[in-house]
Write a protein that binds this ligand. Sequence first.
Ligand code: ASP
Ligand code: MG
Length: 404
Amino acid sequence: MALVVQKYGGTSVGTADRIKNVAKRIIKTYEAGNDVIVVVSAMSGETNKLVALANEMSEIPDGREYDVVVATGEQVTIGLLAMHLKSLGYKAKSYQGWQVPIITDSVASKARIESIDDKNIRADLKDGAIVIVAGFQGIDAAGNVTTLGRGGSDTSAVAIAAALTADVCEIYTDVDGVYTTDPNICKEARKVEKISYDEMLELASLGAKVLQIRSVEFAKKYNVDVHVRSSLNENTGTMVTREDKEMEGILVSGVAYDKNEAKIAVMGVPDKPGIAAKILTPLSDAAISVDMIVQNVSQAGMTDFTFTVTKADLKQALLITNEVAKATQAKEVLSDENISKVSIVGLGMRSHAGVATQMFVALAANGINIQMISTSEIKISVVVDEKYTELAVRVLHDTFGLKD
Ligand code: ASP
Ligand code: MG
């Protein structure tokens, strides 16, 4: 007998029929003799609706009340699912975050899980019940309802699996697993059998949306094997797990892209100590996160300083940067929204030379100009003109032999 945590995302519980379908799978797992904890998201589209309503009430909705509102989507699904299981004669019990309780810090709309009390859940499991927990939510020390950031049900599931030392954590979604790249733009994309936490973290933060980043951080920290798979079929999905020798042999395991960034260039800034801090501090003060940063070699005491922010932050970032530019007597500030970041990720890069060269040669051969480059131990990202995104992804997928 095993303890299985299963998480079902919004599309998997998007209609009454789909919830009934999910129930079948849960029952199958339960009847096989396992203890089952189910974590569910809100029905697809519901959280978006709640967010939109909150935004109608106030330009900047109060954090505490925002969480009160957006946490309700999950409450509906846990109730519906538990109700259905009970109607079929099974013991089932729904839990909101505070009823578990899942204790978080107090950062509204992006709270972090601090601890999970397993007493109630364990008692129910012992009693033979299927436990159904609302994803995405918790409670802080002062008793406020909190939410974990969009996509946060993944993190709820992994955290519960870690706290109860579950044998398996299955994340059911509407795709078959983690792909070598987006199958929508590259027909030859292939499902990967397993991928290391670090590669998954890079891919997740690069715009591959299968798992919330924090859930992967959690899984890594507590060594939880996460099986990402489809709720629409019985196929084996992708195991997100500890790295092993075999993984090191693969140069590139995935190609990701992100069209969500924009570039800002501060041209002709005096190259003096402290200049990067001067430009970036007001941005971080405004909670704008900067992704890639490039500073040119200075010429005649002047340099260019280029960075990227999300498209959503561009307007505000430009206002701030223009002020800094004035104050530092920079020549001008340029921006470009039509860019995209294309990245390759692979553990093997750590121990093999020449991967970057191979990437740049392939892009050049296809007439794709590289505007910015950044690297980490297991990742190389380039910024290119947005219109080349699809081409760049396909070229790199091919170059690094990902199709077979
Ligand atoms: N319902 C939340 C969202 O849409 C949490 C989740 O689905 O993981 O972001
Ligand atoms: Mg999700």
